[in-house]
Write a protein that binds this ligand. Structure first.
Ligand SMILES: Cc1cc2nc3c(=O)[nH]c(=O)nc-3n(C[C@H](O)[C@H](O)[C@H](O)COP(=O)(O)OP(=O)(O)OC[C@H]3O[C@@H](n4cnc5c(N)ncnc54)[C@H](O)[C@@H]3O)c2cc1C
Ligand code: SF4
Length: 512
């Protein structure tokens, strides 16, 4: 119970039979890795917290094993959201726990060099690796972050290690927020064993135990403000999956924390009278980690459905701008990437039990875009352009993946590049990636790591929040999602989002 006597609870759509009014110390919008951390820390610090989440909660019975069906339930725009400019799919979850429900649980700290460069380039004074390590320690310890154990790696992950060893590239089992992973490879469609410590199973229940009130199916539509102070949040309850609007809610709060994700938070600010946008930076600087994958076909079965979804990684090339990982995709989605028609397609699909799929994500600090509100609704319009130099890094990364798959013993590699034969059958054939002119539209890319649309900057003229997450110009409005990252964290972003959110929560507790 909190100091104002309220008890923690979670409410779902069926319980809303009238308009709702709440008041609290802190209203948090969004229950992903950013918002859930803030809600727990502030509830445990004795603040009364209302956590608003537009999506519903999921239990194992709600998960759909078939990838495309799962996406229609757990992802915004049924998982078909894409950028314009360069057309690239990008997924954001809509559920209690946000992206943590559907992600691979990869937890990596940003390298010291990356954070030092952030400090230098964005006038930050307290965001070095040494500054963030206590926050990384706190969230990693609570979320059970540990290297993937050997017994759940499976052939797909171990072949990656073999390739790195063979070629002299550093590699390691990926640290993940899981407890008791069974290597079922189902992270994307929802962990049925409840091993993944997604926010709905870890931080949100802890917040509720400490007194937080959680309203699911609650779509925040406006941040309420008077002058330079936020006064609360208003919106509507929306039916799960259909989005059908129902009763209204209004939450009066002393502090408002926006953690709706880097696509939704800027839209909310723009639709709330262009709040916190004196810099003109709200929605600007959209950055991604575009990723591409290659699939090796091995002489022996690899049983790729077994093993931690993403269990091994190489940080060997991070200073060159890319990171390499293993991957498993539900077969229905993998099939979309398999080339050919008719018999050729059938032959490729029959090879899936012999395959290993590995991916590369690229930092892309020169490729920028923008999130813009649409006239109606809260779905954003997205524009993003691939800088030619960043694209060349992606082609180089693809070349390394192909080299690695052959080094691990693949007899052929499906690379997904348009205009080339469907697969390389020998390492030398991959030379064409170096010699042929390949453009961005020739390669299949997707990007689920997105950030920087409300970036932190020490100078209020160039950023939306300061390095502690507070909006420049509005003393009681904070942002705690991936939008605050000033640019790419060089590695998977979730742990950095959580560490920064942890610091923001402690800051709010100190100030209120
Ligand atoms: C398929 C996939 C795999 C990934 N794998 C990894 C990985 O293994 N490791 C890693 O580091 N990163 C991974 N990522 C990225 C990572 O999940 C995100 O960076 C992270 O979830 C961002 O956290 P967030 O709190 O900023 O936003 P989100 O996780 O997007 O949470 C925002 C929440 O706010 C809610 N919301 C939005 N608008 C409103 C509104 N108006 N009212 C109320 N609620 C609202 C959303 O429904 C959502 O639940 C992956 C992402 C995806 C999609
Ligand atoms: S690999 Fe399977 S058991 Fe392990 S965290 Fe992912 S879904 Fe859960």
């Amino acid at each position: 119970m909190t100091t104002d006597g309220t008890r923690g609870d979670v409410r779902v759509f069926a319980q809303y039979d009238r308009d709702v009014e709440e008041s609290c110390d802190v209203a948090v919008v969004g229950s992903g890795p950013g918002g859930a951390v803030v809600a727990k820390e502030l509830a445990e610090a004795g603040r009364s917290v209302v956590l608003l989440e537009e999506g519903p909660p999921f239990t194992p019975d709600d998960f759909e094993l078939e990838g495309t069906r799962s996406m229609t339930r757990t992802m915004r725009e049924a998982g078909l959201r894409a950028t314009r400019g360069y057309v690239m799919p990008t997924m954001q979850a809509i559920c209690l726990g946000g992206g943590s429900l559907v992600n691979s649980a990869i937890c990596v700290r940003s390298p010291e060099k990356t954070l030092t460069a952030w400090c230098d380039d964005y006038e930050l004074e307290r965001t070095s690796r040494a500054d963030l390590d206590p926050h990384y320690d706190a969230v990693a310890s609570f979320a059970g972050v540990a290297p993937t154990p050997a017994n759940v790696l499976g052939a797909r992950n171990l072949l990656f290690k073999r390739a790195c060893d063979e070629l002299g590239y550093s590699s390691e089992p990926i640290a993940r927020n899981v407890r008791g992973c069974r290597g079922s490879g189902e992270c994307f469609t929802g962990c049925r064993t409840r091993a993944k410590q997604s926010m709905d199973l870890s931080y949100v229940p802890a917040a509720i135990r400490a007194g937080a009130r959680v309203l699911t199916s609650a779509q925040a539509q406006q941040v309420l403000a008077q002058g330079s102070r936020a006064t609360g949040v208003a919106g509507r309850f929306v039916a799960p999956f259909s989005g059908r609007p129902s009763h209204a809610f209004r939450v009066k709060a002393k502090v408002v924390v926006l953690a709706a994700g880097c696509m939704a938070t800027p839209v909310l600010l723009r639709k709330s009278g262009n709040l916190a946008n004196e810099s003109g930076q709200v929605g600007e600087n959209l950055q991604f980690h575009p990723g591409t994958a290659a699939m090796g076909v091995f002489p022996e079965p690899t049983h790729p459905q077994f093993g931690a979804t993403q269990g091994y990684q190489s940080l060997h090339f991070v200073s060159e701008g890319f990171k390499l990982e293993t991957l498993w995709t539900p077969p229905g989605l993998l099939a979309v990437r398999v080339p050919g028609f008719g018999d050729a397609l059938k032959r490729h699909l029959a090879e899936i039990p012999f395959c290993a799929e590995w991916d590369a994500i690229v930092s892309c600090n020169r490729s920028l875009g923008r999130v813009m509100p649409r006239r109606s609704g809260l779905d954003p319009a997205l524009v993003w352009k691939f800088h030619p130099d960043d694209f060349q890094i992606l082609v180089r990364a693809l070349g390394v993946l192909v080299e690695m798959l052959f080094a691990a013993g693949a007899k052929k590699v499906v690379h997904g590049v348009h205009g080339l034969p469907d697969a390389f059958c020998a390492r030398e054939e991959a030379e064409v990636l170096r010699t042929r002119r390949i453009g961005p539209t020739d390669v299949v890319c997707a990007a689920n790591h997105a950030f920087s649309t409300t970036r932190m900057h020490g100078n209020p003229r160039h950023g939306v929040v300061d390095e502690l997450g507070r909006c420049h110009g509005i003393e009681n409005l904070y942002v705690a999602d991936s939008g605050v990252l000033p640019r790419s964290p060089s590695v998977n972003p979730m742990l950095t989002v959580m560490a920064l959110a942890h610091r923001t929560a402690l800051t709010i507790a100190e100030r209120t």
